[in-house]
Design a protein around this ligand. Structure first.
Ligand SMILES: Cc1ncc(C[n+]2csc(CCOP(=O)(O)OP(=O)(O)O)c2C)c(N)n1
Length: 537
């Protein structure tokens, strides 16, 4: 018999989880003491950063990742990243220490109710009843996390458990592909074959199921227009493809209007649909046949319309392609946006235009620039899988740690993090982690000195501008980055941009470029007054 600690390290090794992201406290020390030398511990200075880097790392290397947080204190701090993992279907095995069982009843300092806290945003939240069950609980957590739809699990572990003896735990696996009902897919086939003008909607699930090529092949076979899902957390179709028609708007009526010319719409790996502002309307034009294919039974139940089919998205795309008639090409080619002018202050559109010219074609974007999202979407053209990641449920703090974790997982690609001067503050400590881990991420801060997206929302919904807490004067991002040991520069002239970006890509080290940009916010997620937004006046 070995100690629970030794059995756990052996289990994690056998499951391939040898990089641990965390932030330690007293309740984790009995686990972490004498950590085996084949393990790497990646310290995040805040748990939002530790768990957020783990998430980025998971997305990049596509393997489960072990996270170790500290009691309730740090589970609470890390919760927004755990929530991101939940929405991105990312298998994080998150552990946190608990006070010593022998006096837990007396509710000592650091006694944790983290299981209840994490529960809504994990697939399984558990504190083992017996010390001997700790490694087996981690093994079970791994298997739960890996089943589709994948996602985080949480295990709370009393600190005295690690020194208990327990039997070895095998690294058991479970199969990871659930196939959709072929009869249900044949209904989609019949609808497509009899349809006049079908469209496909691409969602994150395509990448989760490794279905990028299958999605492209299906679209080309059908010669169907392809839309990205609203507020995409991932781009799952080549942006420069002749069939790509851009992203859907995140509100009921405008989205239905965008799809109105299609008589059959098949949504692959996305919600039906993810909305932001409440603009009532029919979710889809009456008469249009709408299908959703998703690995998430939960997403199937929240669909406001159509027929939902649960199963592997890549396999479903293959089935549909194999059984539908090929359709002739009737669509016109891509329309490229006009080249933005080099104004002062620099516009986000110009910034992204220059970035697109300069960045390698296999660059990875981890984005968090709320009011400049539309410009980014228009001007960055990336055609490789795994090129784009964004805030999955609107909680800021995702972008920078995700970028660092992605860069650590993908040393052969360059990761760029375009991020607002407001957004970066939610997880700014990740700058230090980039430096310490030599992750050559390029952080592009869009400094507009305010919460432009919120001001835009004020206008959009007629709240008015008399709202406190909208301005961010006096933040020097260069000094902050330098304080964490990162090379940084500020610029405000359009003709300085290209050279600064080229130098950053040429250097094999993390860099922060703070760009003074024009205030944004004329539109809210691509929508203006014309969509008839809600009025909160
Ligand atoms: C954790 C969290 N807190 C607050 C918000 C509300 N919020 C949405 S957008 C935004 C402004 C972000 O500012 P910045 O990054 O500077 O981007 P800008 O709006 O200027 O484009 C805020 C505060 C949020 N989404 N998440």
């Amino acid at each position: 018999m070995s100690k629970a600690r030794e059995v756990t390290w052996e289990l994690l090794r056998n499951l391939g989880m040898t990089t641990v992201f965390g932030n330690p406290g007293s309740t984790e020390l009995p686990l972490l003491r004498d950590m085996p030398s084949d393990f790497r511990y990646v310290l995040g200075l805040h748990e939002r950063v530790a768990a957020g880097m783990a998430l980025g790392y998971q997305l990049g290397c596509r393997k489960p990742v072990f996270v170790n947080l500290h009691s309730i204190a740090s589970t609470g701090n890390g919760l927004s990243a755990i929530q991101d993992a939940w929405f991105l279907h990312a298998p994080l095995v998150v552990s946190a220490g608990q006070q010593d069982r022998r006096h837990l009843f007396a509710e000592p300092f650091l006694a944790s109710r983290a299981v209840e806290t994490a529960k809504p945003y994990v697939k399984w939240a558990y504190e083992p009843s017996r010390a001997e069950d700790v490694p087996a609980a981690i093994a079970r957590g791994y298997r739960i996390a890996m089943q589709p739809p994948r996602g985080p699990v949480f295990i709370s572990i009393p600190m005295d458990d690690w020194t208990h003896e327990c039997p070895p735990v095998p690294a058991q696996t479970v199969s990871q592909r659930l196939l959709a009902d072929p009869n249900a897919l044949d209904e989609v086939v019949r609808a497509l074959d009899s349809g006049r003008n079908p469209a496909l909607v691409a969602g994150s699930g395509i990448e989760e199921d490794g279905g990028w090529d299958d999605m492209v092949a299906l679209a080309e076979h059908l010669n169907a227009d392809v839309y990205q899902d609203p507020i995409p957390a991932r781009w799952t179709f080549p942006r420069g493809h002749r069939l790509f028609r851009g992203a859907l708007l995140p509100a009921q009526q405008p989205l239905a209007d965008q799809l109105a010319k299609h008589d059959v719409v098949v949504v692959l790996g996305a919600r039906v649909f993810l909305y932001y502002a409440f603009v009532p309307g029919s979710p889809i034009k009456p008469g249009t046949k709408l299908f959703q294919i998703t690995t998430s039974a939960s997403d199937a139940t929240t669909a406001l319309a159509g027929t939902s089919i649960v199963g592997n998205v890549a396999e479903a795309a293959r089935h549909i392609r194999a059984h539908t008639k090929a359709r002739p090409c009737t669509t016109q080619g891509v329309t490229t946006p006009p080249v933005p002018s080099a104004e002062c202050p620099i516009t986000p559109a110009y910034l992204f235009h220059v970035l697109n010219e300069v960045m390698p074609r296999d660059a990875v974007i981890a984005e968090e620039c709320p009011s400049a999202k539309g410009d980014l979407d228009r001007h960055l053209i990336l055609d490789e899988p795994g090129s784009f990641y964004s805030v999955p449920n609107g909680v800021l703090g995702f972008g920078l740690p995700a970028a660092v974790g992605l860069q650590m997982a993908l040393p052969e690609r360059r990761v760029v993090c375009p991020i607002g001067d407001g957004s970066i503050q939610y997880s700014v400590q990740a700058l230090w982690s980039a430096v310490q881990n030599k992750a050559p991420v390029i952080v592009l801060v869009l400094c507009n000195g305010d919460y432009s997206a919120l001001k835009g929302f004020c206008d959009f919904t007629q709240v008015g501008r008399n709202v406190p807490g909208m301005d961010l004067p006096g933040i020097d991002m260069v000094k902050i980055a330098e304080g964490y040991g990162m090379k940084a520069q500020a610029l405000d002239k359009p003709d300085e941009l290209e050279q600064a970006l080229r130098a950053a890509f040429a250097a094999n080290e993390p860099r922060l470029i703070s760009v003074s940009v024009a205030k944004g916010g004329k539109k809210t997620m691509g929508m203006d007054q014309s969509v008839n937004p809600p009025n909160y006046r």
